[in-house]
Design a protein around this ligand. Structure first.
Ligand SMILES: Nc1ncnc2c1ncn2[C@@H]1O[C@H](COP(=O)(O)OP(=O)(O)O)[C@@H](O)[C@H]1O
Ligand SMILES: CC(C)(COP(=O)(O)O)[C@@H](O)C(=O)NCCC(=O)O
Ligand SMILES: [Mn+2]
Length: 783
């Protein structure tokens, strides 16, 4: 793909993994790079096989290490480090993240984390404070436009260095963990100590405000060993965090800036550190300035260096080109540098098994800070004692793998992409608890299905167990901290399950069910079409919509529906479902749709309809295909939009042509249209054409949606779908995932019909005050 004609080279896709290591582990890092041949593009890369010389390979790097270790990289890997200016990189990294990652920035006050939607038109200027070993304070005015306005030598290195000397801690995480059990009032002199336990309210200081860090230690006749390491660590952490917050605020004041973004590895997603910094900024600015933190806090420099490869064309990347995934791999289960090779399945499984054997450790794939409140004053003692922050061995980062997919686009028919939110229901703590149970209960059946789909071998069983543990670990992690992976909705949760299956190489867990149901449905399709053709236009349209709703019952993601399937054959259940259809439906805009189809537009049919199909079997064969056929009959071009990758029993775009070819054997309308859409080239070869003289048909086409999930997020669809949408004037969204969990409230630039059966009692009550098996027929004409 070429980008607007401005570049002469294509933008390729790829994945960005985020891995950190301490400088003293540099040799292990070099071993890792070397064993995976990462400097040559990985063991699978063509340059590795063709024996590209490392001399030709340039790695972008920044910071002091880029100078200090250039010789070592040359010696050990044979590659040259190309040094990029550190400030340039910090700014480029921050700008990229704020532009391209949806839930990058968040506030953290009194233990409460909130993601902030950054408006690109209202981003600059801002203050960027990078808290690494030392602290850089940068005023950023635009892309590549910045000035380092200040800094302080009292930074992360100071906390870690002093902390190490004073507490004998062996690791940074140990020191941080100690602070969570600390009480700084034994060390710090507080306002209350000076004023006899009272607040100094005249200048707005509460009794618990620190008057002098470490101030209490001067007046007592005590040695270092008389103080608890926990208390020392906490006093140190507060002293340094508060100081950084205060200096940052003063610089923001100096330049009249309201927003301060904090990055650097000192922060470590640690709730207490962030709360202290936020308190300082908020207190001194009297609420005028805002401290914000970044999920990729420690990677600003590295990202900026990576961006400086001009050939990547990364400066043109937009938020819709990036998909963040949270799979199980070395960095996620806390692999040290020598953790499982990226992409090596067997090693990933072994990792899972190891963690499972250890029992309690696999409660979550990434670490977290304490969701505790630090109290109104920001300087109270931590109310929840910290055993939640895990040690670095099992700890990793709050970020996933960034997939760069240049073929993704924003769906052009979204009325307002800026305000569009795919998820209908906010996944708050309560809601998450419910879905946690639903998904956990469903897991054993899904594992059985997945293992069977891969032949039930021992290898498949091992992968199945690993998948179950990986997905459970993610659920547990989210249960602990719902905001751990950015703003996470039900659509993301359902997609995460599919991603975990793919991570352990389950290609299509529901393949045999899909095939069985397709066959059974295709066998009764001719009778259904005959019955439909015997009706008048009005009754037929109603029967078709009824048919779509009734057949949406075939959903292997719904517990209630799966239980039904034991009670009869596919056709029996389909008939039962149709018989139960009682109008008015819970939302029933059918009459409006009918008027539009059969009266208003009788002589001016829709030009092109996009039908977002859902499940395999009866749903697509007896529901959506006959509806497509009716539209074709009216002279409307039909594009069937299906998943790119399998998800539950959803039909995929790859599978559709074969299904259409089978259906076309019984139906001339479908056959002509499919031919016109180029769908039958292979499938119908050799079949006698008795329709040669029939009039030309409008085309029936298939496009993939770019998703592998039961839901759809219209901010990121395939460019093929975006292109097909250009002339569309009708959208039909079908199914619970695409029309209820997501997009129920989405507004489009053209007419939209949302059809679904509600197959979950709680959702029916919550959304419609209704009941399980209620049907929704929501028609939203543009005018
Ligand atoms: N696991 C860790 N080991 C050592 N320091 C850590 C660790 N996690 C966070 N830190 C903090 O991060 C700081 C280094 O931050 P970083 O962003 O890498 O900056 P720099 O490149 O200036 O060293 C350390 O001084 C320490 O305060
Ligand atoms: C995963 C699904 C959204 C799929 O529904 P569909 O889009 O196929 O109509 C749905 O099955 C679901 O929300 N299931 C979980 C709820 C339950 O088992 O009750
Ligand atoms: Mn489905």
């Amino acid at each position: 793909m070429f980008n607007g004609g401005r570049r002469s080279y294509p933008i390729l896709g790829g994945r960005l993994h985020f891995v950190k290591f301490e400088t003293e582990k540099l040799n292990e890092c070099l071993d890792f790079i070397s064993s995976k041949q990462l400097h040559r593009g990985g063991v699978d890369s063509p340059s590795w096989r063709s024996g590209a010389q490392p001399d030709d390979i340039v790695i972008k790097a920044t910071g002091g290490g880029a100078y200090k270790y250039a010789d070592l990289f040359k010696e050990r890997l044979g590659v040259s480090l190309e040094k990029e200016d550190e400030m340039d990189c910090l700014v480029a990294g921050a700008n990229f993240l704020l532009k391209a990652i949806r839930h990058e920035a968040f506030t953290h006050m009194d233990g409460h984390k909130e993601y902030v939607q950054i408006d690109q038109n209202d981003l600059f200027p801002f203050l960027l404070v990078n808290v690494g070993s030392g602290v850089s304070i940068i005023k950023v005015d635009g892309h590549g436009k910045f000035q380092r306005v200040s800094g302080t030598n009292v930074g992360g290195g100071t906390y870690w260095g002093l902390g190490r000397l004073m507490t004998k801690c062996k690791s940074f995480d140990e020191l941080l963990e100690l602070s969570q059990r600390g009480d700084n009032s034994t060390i710090d002199m507080l306002v209350g100590d000076i004023y006899g336990g009272l607040d100094y309210s005249k200048i707005g200081l509460s009794a618990s405000t620190i008057a002098s860090s470490f101030g209490k230690t001067i007046s007592e006749n005590k040695e270092l060993s008389d103080y608890r390491p926990e208390d020392i660590s906490l006093s140190l952490l507060r002293m340094i965090s508060y100081n950084i917050g205060q200096i940052s605020y003063l610089n923001a004041l100096r330049y009249g800036l309201k927003r301060i973004f904090f990055g650097g590895f000192f922060i470590r997603g640690h709730a207490y550190t962030m709360d202290t910094i936020s308190f300082a900024v908020n207190f001194w600015s009297k609420g005028e300035a805002q401290a914000m933190f970044l999920r990729h806090e420690g990677f600003l420099g590295a990202l900026g260096a990576f961006m400086s490869y001009e050939k990547h064309g990364l400066d043109d990347l937009r938020v819709h080109h990036l998909v963040e995934r949270f799979p199980m791999g070395a960095p996620y289960v806390g692999g040290k540098i020598h953790g499982p090779p990226l992409g090596d399945l067997n090693a990933k499984i072994s990792w899972m098994e190891k963690f499972v054997q250890k029992g309690t450790q696999i409660i979550a794939p990434v670490p977290m800070g304490v969701p505790a409140t630090t109290g109104m004053g920001g300087f109270e003692r931590p109310t929840s004692k910290g055993d939640i922050l895990r040690s670095d061995a099992s700890a990793a980062l709050n970020v996933g793998v960034l997939h760069l997919v240049p073929t993704l686009d924003v769906f052009p028919l979204l009325e307002d992409p800026k305000t569009y939110e795919p998820n209908t229901i906010d996944l708050d703590q309560d809601e998450f608890k419910y879905w946690f149970k639903i998904l956990s209960d469903h897991l054993p059946d899904l594992v059985d299905m997945a293992v069977a789909s891969e032949g039930g071998t021992d290898d498949a069983k091992r992968r199945g167990d690993a998948f179950a543990h990986a997905f459970s670990a993610h659920l547990a992690r989210l249960m602990e901290e719902p905001a751990a992976y950015g703003k996470f909705g039900l659509a993301d949760l359902l997609e995460l399950r599919e991603e975990c299956l793919r991570e352990f190489q389950f290609v299509d867990a529901y393949i045999s069910i899909k095939q069985r149901e397709n066959e059974a449905s295709l066998a009764v399709l001719p009778d259904l079409l005959m019955e439909l053709d015997s009706m008048n236009e009005e009754s037929r349209l109603l029967a078709l919509i009824e048919g779509v709703l009734a057949a949406n019952i075939f959903d292997w993601g719904s517990r209630a529906c799966v239980e039904l399937y034991h009670k009869g054959t596919i056709i029996e259940i389909y008939r039962m479902s149709r018989k139960k259809m009682q109008r008015p439906w819970r939302i029933d805009d059918f009459d409006m749709f009918k008027k539009r189809m059969l009266s208003d537009r009788k002589d001016q049919p829709y030009k092109r309809a996009l039908l977002f199909v859902d499940n395999s079997g009866a749903d697509v064969v007896l529901g959506m295909l006959p509806l497509a056929r009716e539209l074709l009959r009216h002279g409307t071009e039909v594009v069937l939009v299906a998943n790119s990758l399998p998800a539950l029993n959803d039909v995929t775009a790859n599978e559709l042509p074969q299904i259409i070819a089978e259906a076309s054997k019984h139906c001339g309308i479908l056959r002509k249209a499919a031919e016109a859409g180029g769908l039958l080239v292979d499938a119908m070869a050799g079949i006698q054409d008795d329709l040669k003289d029939a009039p030309e048909s409008v085309p029936l086409m298939v496009v993939e949606n770019g998703c592998g999930s039961p839901c759809i997020d219209f901010r990121q669809v395939s460019s093929e779908l975006a292109a097909a949408a250009k002339d569309a004037d009708l959208l039909i969204l079908e199914g619970m995932g695409r029309a209820l969990h997501t997009n129920l409230n989405a507004r489009f630039k053209c007419d939209a019909l949302k059809l679904a059966m509600v197959k979950n009692q709680r959702l029916a009550e919550k959304l419609f005050n209704g009941n399980i098996y209620d049907c929704i027929c929501k028609f939203e004409p543009v005018s």
